[in-house]
Write a protein that binds this ligand. Structure first.
Ligand code: ZN
Ligand code: ZN
Length: 349
């Protein structure tokens, strides 16, 4: 039970403007829990809404609280909640689905048309002290897993989903294009499914260094080298899977040339343009499978048990830490210092 009725929240009134405001502490419904937030990562989407006020068809029309990568402690539960208790340390999956449509029932709930996803207009996110959420989207963290790792389960989930969609397993050799937080965490996801040869590329030196620290076999600078040629020098057998996270249109085009015949290409990064050329005869002749991914589904329990068993390097991606009151500075830093920052984390209490 919280004694407070009001809390601080970082509210974005309009693009490039975030102010700390007093808002009411939400009250959990019967099937919800109230979580005192510990930390929240800033996502590329938060920065994009802050800068442009919209992403595709989602537009910020009313003031909104951003943030959707979070962990915290359960402080109150609704009367029907049985899966978590007050005092539990938890990670929160930020999209609540209907549970009733064909997508939800078939296990592909990330495609649910009625999903209520945090920090996607008009739904508020979590740059605040407390949040309520339906209890089936709350996952208890064992002692071995830190709050920071708990918050990073959200971007890590995208990497895990990429492994599932790309049917990646221990025998695969993988190439990851783009080493922002999602690309770096995809290294971790690849290790989780048993991949031992992981190649990667990014234009930013800091990101390539981090990739090596996190276990990449070799890294490349796409502005300095012909990746296909350089890759074959260190990996003569070539790669069976390419995961594209940069969203760069040229990098997307290249994926089908980098992957081996019979390989799989997983497209994660969203490009700014809709028409991107592929060498289609080559794609057909080589039986290359291309899949897209949207968020993730059923990844939190897998990630928690995998992290519990092995020492992860997830926290390597955190480069900066801020207090909730400094959310605007934190988002500004994420926006303007892309060469020096990877994951910026906000601490709310
Ligand atoms: Zn995110
Ligand atoms: Zn649904």
């Amino acid at each position: 039970m919280t004694s407070k009725n009001v809390m601080d929240a970082a509210v974005m009134d309009r693009p490039l403007s975030i102010n700390i405001k007093k808002v009411s502490v939400p009250e959990p419904k019967e099937d919800e829990v109230l979580v005192k937030i510990h930390c929240i990562g800033i996502c590329g989407s938060d920065v994009h809404y802050y800068e442009h006020g919209k992403i595709g068809r989602y537009e910020v029309k009313e003031p909104i609280i951003l943030g959707h990568e979070l962990s915290g402690e359960v402080v109150e539960i609704g009367k029907d909640v049985t899966n978590v208790s007050v005092g539990n340390r938890v990670a929160i999956e930020p999209g609540v689905t209907c549970g009733r449509c064909d997508y939800c029932k078939s296990g592909r709930y990330n495609l649910c048309p009625d999903v209520v996803f945090m920090a996607t207009p008009p739904v508020d996110g979590a740059f605040a002290e407390y949040i309520t959420i339906r209890s089936d989207f709350v996952f208890t963290l064992p002692d071995e897993i830190s709050f920071e790792e708990g918050a990073l389960l959200e971007p890590l989930s995208v990497g895990i989903h990429a492994m599932k969609r790309g049917k990646v397993g221990p025998g695969d050799r993988i190439f990851i294009s783009g080493l922002g937080p999602i690309g770096l965490l995809t290294i971790e996801a690849a290790k989780m499914v048993g991949v031992t040869e992981i190649y990667a590329s990014d234009v930013v030196p800091l990101r390539r260094e981090k990739a090596l620290e996190m276990g990449a076999t070799a890294v490349f600078d796409p502005t300095q080298s012909n990746i296909q040629k350089e890759l074959l020098k260190v990996c003569s057998e070539g790669v069976s899977v390419v995961v594209e996270t940069s969203g760069n249109q040229y990098a997307i085009s290249e994926t089908v040339k980098i992957v081996n015949r019979g390989g799989r290409v997983v497209l994660v990064g969203l490009p700014l343009v809709s028409d991107i050329p592929f060498d289609v005869p080559h794609l057909i002749d080589s039986e290359i499978d291309i899949v897209g991914i949207f968020r993730y589904a059923n990844t939190y329990p897998i990630a928690i048990s995998a992290l519990q068993k092995s020492k992860s390097k997830l926290e390597e991606v955190i480069t900066h830490k801020f207090a909730l009151k400094d959310t605007k500075e934190a988002v500004e830093l994420a926006r303007t210092e892309k060469d020096k920052s990877i994951k910026v984390m906000i601490y709310t209490n």
